[in-house]
Design a protein around this ligand. Structure first.
Ligand code: ZN
Length: 151
């Protein structure tokens, strides 16, 4: 393992141990539930949208280290972003973890999310990393106060 891989590993372990924005949001106006049957990961994404800006985001649930770290990194990355920016990031992130993009050339589009690029070597893990993003998408598309479940 290279030094860089080890560093990325540390970031993932840190976000798994101390997930950011890990709580239920009482005044969320969008939310969705996600489940990854391949691994058993469960995540709920809470959103507070002001117009087309993600003014607040949080999550809770129970999953493996990759799914928890990915959700934690996602909430940190998209807070304050517009829905257009979120959509672009989702596409870039998806390309990154499925191996369509070189993570080192992806600094601008996904920022710190590139620490998860290693999952591309483990097809079973790709769903763990993308679960929170699919759930986020479902939450955005949900009607206000509607609870959506996605698989
Ligand atoms: Zn998982």
């Amino acid at each position: 393992m290279s030094e860089l891989d080890e560093l990325y590993q540390e970031i993932i372990l840190d976000h798994n141990k101390n997930p950011r924005n890990f709580h239920k949001m009482e005044d969320a106006n969008h939310m969705a539930d996600g489940y990854n049957p391949l691994c058993g990961d469960k995540v709920t994404v809470y959103l507070h949208l002001d117009g087309d800006v993600v003014s607040d985001i949080s999550f809770d649930g129970k999953g493996c280290a990759i799914s928890t770290a990915s959700a934690s990194l996602m909430t940190e990355t998209i807070k304050g972003k517009t829905l257009d920016e979120v959509k672009t990031m989702f596409e870039s992130f998806h390309d990154l973890v499925t191996g369509r993009k070189d993570p080192m050339k992806c600094e601008v589009c996904v920022g710190k999310l590139k620490v998860l690029a290693g999952v591309r070597q483990f097809p079973m893990r790709v769903k763990c990393a993308t679960l929170c993003w699919h759930t986020l998408k479902a939450a955005i598309e949900s009607n206000e106060d509607e609870f959506v479940t996605t698989e």
